[in-house]
Design a protein around this ligand. Structure first.
Ligand code: AMP
Ligand code: GLY
Length: 440
């Protein structure tokens, strides 16, 4: 069979690599992909452009699927999900895995997500939405700091400011509502209570009815070691996350995931695809939702899929039929991924810097270098002579499987340390919460 993966990040490299491992798969096309997906056996990058500007936004995907005998589309990022790529594919009779535009509002609009959680008693931080800066500031003054200011709508993980004091909160409100001084409802902020605890990512596959939890994981959102610096899309992740004990796992299903499945079904929009709940787990082990994402996490996908022993293709096929199993097979060893970002990330990013020290493909099956923002400087050369260069903020995610999280961290660091490019930055402390637990 042939598969089309949409996206170009580390998540999509990991998804494509997993799918390519299935012996029933002939070709995994990745649109647009990166240098890593181009070099991956059985994988091929494609650029999809609509045939004319008159046709719908997703027509290029539909045309490609119809012309290339695509059996299944797996959508990585949120943007095409929010604009209805799944609805468009289904209408054209193409099998596509992901949530519909309606369901993707859980990620696409923080206001929708917050109202949905309130209506369905899903635990989350208290909040209020504002379009007016003075009113937002008055609310902050009344609530006190720390407090969290979020831009409504998609902001690639950068639209969130955890303000330590009132001045920072006011500045964030001015930034986000600056274009909205005259009450244009297009710009809106959500102001949230600050939640204390340890974060975890809880990702599952849902087929409208059945829930298949993926292995648990934890991301590191801040740019610098010690969880300091600005929020990023994620600087590294590992799986499993020891903070998610069996008891916490059961609470998450009961209080968070099942209510989403039930409410979406009730609303006439059954949830299908990956669902990601970003959680804060408090001291009592109770989960609070920080955010929903309508997709797999990046970089959580990389360590999670390193551990997946079931076929992703089989799981998606079963999901598309409404026959998801309740468990998948996992490697019992933990996996940990370190993101190497380019100079200036997350504020800016650089392109075109040569990357050296990348290991040979498949030299070591316990370590995998997933590419994200990479491209070739010389696209026309034969594979062995292609030069890989940076092409975005998060460049690589070096992911290792080992007997403990600290061993996985060391194995990933050893490979990461051998790779270099101008301005490369990464954290050496990915997994620190779990390693502290391992060390008692
Ligand atoms: P989000 O984009 O909503 O996931 O927020 C990005 C990051 O900001 C989260 O991963 C948390 O580290 C932090 N954050 C967001 N909301 C809260 C909150 N209500 N309390 C504490 N931290 C938060
Ligand atoms: N790692 C968090 C995300 O995918 O947004």
């Amino acid at each position: 069979m042939n598969i089309l993966v949409i996206g170009s990040g580390g998540r999509e490299h990991a998804l494509a690599w997993q799918c390519a491992k299935d012996s029933n798969v002939k070709t995994v096309y990745v649109a647009p992909g990166n240098a890593g997906t181009a070099l991956e056996p059985k994988c091929q990058n494609v650029v999809l452009k609509p045939s004319s500007s008159e046709v719908g936004e997703h027509s290029a995907v539909i045309d490609f699927c119809q012309n290339n005998a695509i059996d299944m589309v797996i959508v990585g990022p949120e943007a095409p999900l929010v604009t209805g790529i799944i609805d468009a594919c289904r209408n054209a009779g193409i099998k596509a895995w992901g949530p519909t535009a309606y369901c993707s509002q859980l990620e696409g609009s923080k206001t929708f997500a917050k109202e949905f959680m309130a209506q369905n008693n899903i635990p989350t931080a208290a909040y209020q939405g504002f379009t007016d800066a003075p009113a937002a500031k008055a609310y902050v003054d009344e609530q006190g700091a720390p407090i969290v200011i979020k831009a409504d709508g998609l902001a690639a993980g950068k639209g969130v400011i955890v303000a330590e004091n009132i001045e920072q909160a006011h500045a964030a409100i001015d930034d986000m509502l600056a274009d909205n001084k005259f009450g244009d409802a297009g710009s809106r902020v959500v102001i949230e209570q600050f939640l204390k605890g340890e974060e975890a990512s809880f990702i599952c596959m849902i087929d409208g009815e059945n829930i298949l939890p993926m292995a648990t994981s934890q991301d590191h959102k801040r740019a610098f070691e010690g969880d300091l610096g600005p929020n990023t899309g994620g600087m590294g992740a590992y799986s499993p996350a020891p903070v998610v004990t069996q008891d916490v796992n059961d609470k998450v299903i009961e209080k968070v995931i099942q209510p989403v499945v039930d409410a979406m079904k009730e609303a006439g929009h059954p949830y299908t695809g990956f669902l990601y709940a970003g959680l804060m787990i408090d001291e009592a082990g109770d989960p609070y939702v920080i955010e929903f994402n309508c997709r797999f996490g990046d970089p959580e996908t990389q360590p999670i899929l390193m551990r997946l022993q079931s076929s992703m293709v089989d799981l998606v096929e079963q999901g598309l039929k409404g026959q998801l199993p309740t468990e998948a097979k996992w490697d019992s060893r933990p996996a940990l991924g370190i993101v190497v970002a380019s100079k200036g990330y997350p504020e800016t990013s650089s392109k075109g810097d040569a990357i050296s020290g990348l290991p040979e493909l498949e030299a070591d099956t316990a370590v995998k270098v997933f590419h994200a923002g990479t491209a070739f400087a010389n696209d026309d050369a034969v594979d062995s002579e292609k030069e890989v260069v940076t092409n975005g903020g998060r460049v690589l995610c070096i992911t290792a499987l080992a007997d403990s999280i600290s061993d996985a961290q060391q194995a990933a660091l050893a490979v990461t340390g051998a790779i270099s490019f101008d301005g490369a930055q990464y954290r050496r402390d990915i997994g620190h919460h779990a390693i502290a637990r391992e060390n008692g």
